[in-house]
Ligand binder design. Structure first.
Ligand code: ADP
Ligand code: TRP
Length: 323
């Protein structure tokens, strides 16, 4: 049995990029009986950039509702809120005393922001150590993440190996990362990578009218309606093909090439495809968001199971370090 763990930050409602790139593949992995999945909402990490309490609570619920709406089975797997097992902060301290300061200064997550002159708080600086604690606290075997997180997993492996070696004991499981090189990059409404930072995202849970407005706002060029269009250079087609069947994709491609098919037509088709594809998940998401006590009880169930795994691991660390 392989223990798979990953976290999603709670800084917004998950968008189509998060769903296609992270949530759906992770739920798929959790269906494999050879895996045991622990997925959590990284609300402690979100404090490095989000200080508003109400927004954080709302976003924790939105992320939880998304996992559940996409079919994560919480009977067999674990879904929990990172901060509900605060022992992770204790482990962060232990790990930070083994983490090289110079090495941490080389973390991309910190370097990019500090070089751009952003307000860099110490939490952002030690972010990778908290992430290492997330992983090591649960005896994780495999961490599925995007390419941008690879360095953090390397830090985690080094910490685990260094501490195991120092105390001459297998205190930590040394985790592997799993980076899907094929992972799709979902383009946003402006053609750049879909991201909450660029404000170019599609929130599939919006009410129909608002969702339609967002889809209609996808940037396109001004080729006239009659003219044939190159499907491979337009944003609408780029998003459509990620959701469509091969037949639907081929059909839209030939319509674009034939001419007399406008971007407006394609946007309407995309809007309808989103509604159709995510009909069940949209409904389930809103059911969860309208029943906060159900959401909280799901998170509580996960917290209890997570703590059962975490405490013995933390016990090993305290023991070996003399606490
Ligand atoms: P954002 O860029 O909106 O801040 P995050 O960095 O919080 O998103 O990403 C959360 C997860 O979603 C990560 O696993 C990331 O790889 C995935 N993800 C984010 N945006 C996209 C995208 N446009 N296409 C595919 N996957 C994405
Ligand atoms: N840093 C990750 C991200 O921004 C989120 C995260 C926090 C995480 N802790 C984790 C991912 C532990 C994997 C394992 O995407």
């Amino acid at each position: 049995m392989s223990r798979i763990l990953t976290g999603i930050q709670s800084s917004n409602i998950p968008h189509l990029g998060n769903i296609l790139g992270a949530v759906q593949p992770a739920v798929q992995l959790s269906h494999d009986k050879a895996n045991h999945a622990i997925y959590f909402i990284a609300d402690l990490h979100s404090l490095t950039s989000q200080r508003d309490a109400a927004a954080r609570r709302e976003s924790v619920h939105a992320v939880a509702a998304t996992w559940l709406a996409f079919g994560l089975d919480t009977q067999r797997n674990i879904l929990f809120r990172q901060s509900s097992v605060p022992e992770v902060c204790e482990l962060t301290w232990y790990l930070s005393c083994f983490m090289s300061f110079q090495r941490l200064q080389l973390a991309h997550s910190f370097k990019d922001k500090s070089e751009n002159g952003a307000d860099v708080n110490t939490g952002l600086f030690t972010y990778p150590v908290l992430m290492a604690a997330d992983i090591l606290l649960y005896d994780t075997n495999v961490v599925p993440v995007g390419k941008d997180q690879k360095q953090h997993i390397e830090f985690t492996r080094d910490l685990a190996e260094r501490i195991n070696h120092y105390y001459q004991k297998e205190i930590f499981v040394v985790p592997e990362h799993r980076i899907d090189e094929e992972v799709m990059v979902v383009p946003g409404t402006d053609g750049r990578k879909m991201s909450k930072s660029y404000n170019n995202f599609i929130n599939i849970f919006l009410p129909e009218k608002e969702l339609k407005k967002v889809v209609m706002s996808i940037e396109t060029d001004s080729t006239p309606l009659e003219a044939p269009k190159d499907p491979d250079t337009n944003n609408v087609f780029a998003i459509y093909r990620l959701l469509a069947t091969p037949e639907q994709t081929a059909d839209m491609r030939s319509k674009f090439l034939a001419g007399n098919y406008g971007y407006g037509h394609a946007k309407t088709a995309l809007f309808e495809l989103i509604l159709e594809t995510y009909h069940t998940q949209r409904e389930a998401y809103h059911n969860f968001m309208n029943d906060r006590s159900l959401l909280e009880s799901e998170l509580k169930k996960g917290e209890n199971k997570a703590r059962e795994i975490a405490l013995p691991v933390l016990g090993r660390v305290r023991e070996v370090m003399g606490f």
